[in-house]
Write a protein that binds this ligand. Structure first.
Ligand SMILES: [Mg+2]
Length: 123
């Protein structure tokens, strides 16, 4: 698979670093955002191929970011994977309605993360 640009948006530094390292090992270029506002700004400025979007983040939550991404012509077709917790399972339909491509439930194995990312990038 060719190198893709992937934005990792999560306010938890540990998760950000774990996800970034796992995806860098596949040869992808990684950008990071620590809150929803930065995630949106970075997605608009950098045109990533894929955004990994934590649901619970300061400033804008993941669903708000997803909704904005889908409304803007420069980001409407970017692929999005939501990072959720088991407690947020009931929110998944909301994410699907807003147009996310897939989701990963935390905590997750790096192997599962890489599989979902490769599947979404290939699809
Ligand atoms: Mg969070």
């Amino acid at each position: 698979m060719a190198t893709c640009k992937i934005l990792v948006a999560d306010d938890n530094q540990q998760i950000r670093l774990l996800v970034s390292a796992a995806l860098r090992s596949l040869g992808h270029e990684i950008l990071q955002a620590v809150d929803g506002e930065t995630a949106l700004e970075t997605a608009i400025a950098e045109h990533p191929d894929l955004v990994l979007l934590d649901v619970t983040m300061p400033k804008l939550d993941g669903f708000e970011v997803l909704s904005f991404l889908r409304k803007r012509p420069e980001t409407e077709s970017v692929k999005v994977i939501m990072l959720t917790t088991a407690a947020q399972k009931t929110d998944l339909k909301h994410g699907a309605d807003l147009g996310c491509d897939d989701y990963i439930t935390k905590p997750f194995e790096p192997k599962v993360l890489r599989e979902v990312v490769e599947r979404v990038l290939a699809g």
